[in-house]
Design a protein around this ligand. Structure first.
Ligand code: 5HY
Length: 284
């Protein structure tokens, strides 16, 4: 099987799809949203394999990115169309590792993992010197700077445990006051319409009261486009991890800060991989 990337190129107001047989060896004309030369290359990985969701996430990223930031949006060449449980997440993590490994020749200045489970985050940090941000971790940091307590509103109730474990792993137990599912499937977020937005709004409103929290973290990259509407309706900070991670990534890259190559984030040990993963091993 040929490992490739599916690239969604975002230009202001128009979205194009392009299949690149060999990672970026084909000189695609990337432009920034104001046709200025790029200062920074940001690799945006959607860990599920939905083209349309990748395009939607890339559009949200492009809307907040600096004028000279190039957003390269990719998704893995294999895996689930959406991530809604442990099994999906296992493949998504491998897909993230694949995309970070394939991107090395292009040396992106920063990487954003645009799925609320932050799948493969630590593997990605091992595989690159660039700073790598997961949208959940980024959103937790932002929320904790804006309110003493926040609530997470996510998709399927069965994935709440994944978010709760991230809260513990990142040390936000004292700030995160609750995780709430809407039981809206990830891919249904794309064209959910007003009824779906109101459903998310109601779950958020109830969470603010029940958790006595003062900010909402959106628990799915697919909710990114709803952030402004929900902020206006709820009257509290509503944090979209995609937007926050893009800005944090720009800040770290602009400061010349990258992932430490000391200790557990040092480059993976030389190792042969077999089967379809053969190209993803590290030269021995
Ligand atoms: C996400 N799944 O952000 C997560 C959300 C979730 O495919 N993209 C996905 O429900 O965990």
């Amino acid at each position: 099987m040929f490992l490739t990337s599916r690239i969604i190129l975002v230009r202001k107001k128009r979205i194009l799809g392009h299949f690149c047989p060999l990672w970026c060896n084909t000189p695609l004309a990337f432009v920034s949203k104001f046709n200025r030369p790029f200062k920074m290359k940001l690799l945006l990985i959607n860990p599920n394999t939905s083209d349309s969701m990748t395009a939607g996430i890339a559009k949200s990223a492009c809307a907040v990115a600096a004028a000279d930031t190039q957003i390269i949006a990719v998704h893995p060449s294999f895996g689930p169309l959406s991530i809604e449980g442990h099994y999906d997440e296992a493949f998504a993590a491998a897909g993230v590792a694949e995309q970070v490994r394939l991107a090395q020749p292009q040396s992106p200045d920063a990487i954003v993992i645009a799925c609320f489970g932050d799948p493969g985050l630590e593997a990605a940090r091992e595989a690159t010197r660039a700073p790598v941000l997961g949208i959940a971790e980024a959103a937790f940091h932002a929320a904790s700077m804006l309110a003493t307590g926040f609530s997470i509103v996510t998709t399927m109730t069965r994935t709440c445990i994944l978010a709760e474990r991230l809260v513990q792993r990142y040390g936000f137990e004292h700030q995160c006051r609750g995780v709430h599912g809407t039981d809206i499937a990830v891919l249904d977020l794309e064209d959910g319409g007003e009824a779906m937005t109101r459903q998310i709004e109601e779950v958020a409103r109830t969470a603010l009261v029940r958790d006595r929290s003062a900010a909402i973290v959106l628990g799915c990259a697919g909710m990114s486009a709803l952030c402004q509407t929900l902020t206006a309706r709820l009257g509290v900070p509503v944090i979209d991890g995609v937007a926050v991670a893009v800005k944090f990534a720009e800040a770290l890259a602009a400061l010349g800060l990258g992932t430490s190559k000391m200790g557990d984030y040092a480059q993976p040990l030389p190792k042969t991989y077999t089967g379809w993963a053969t190209p993803l091993g590290w030269p021995t």
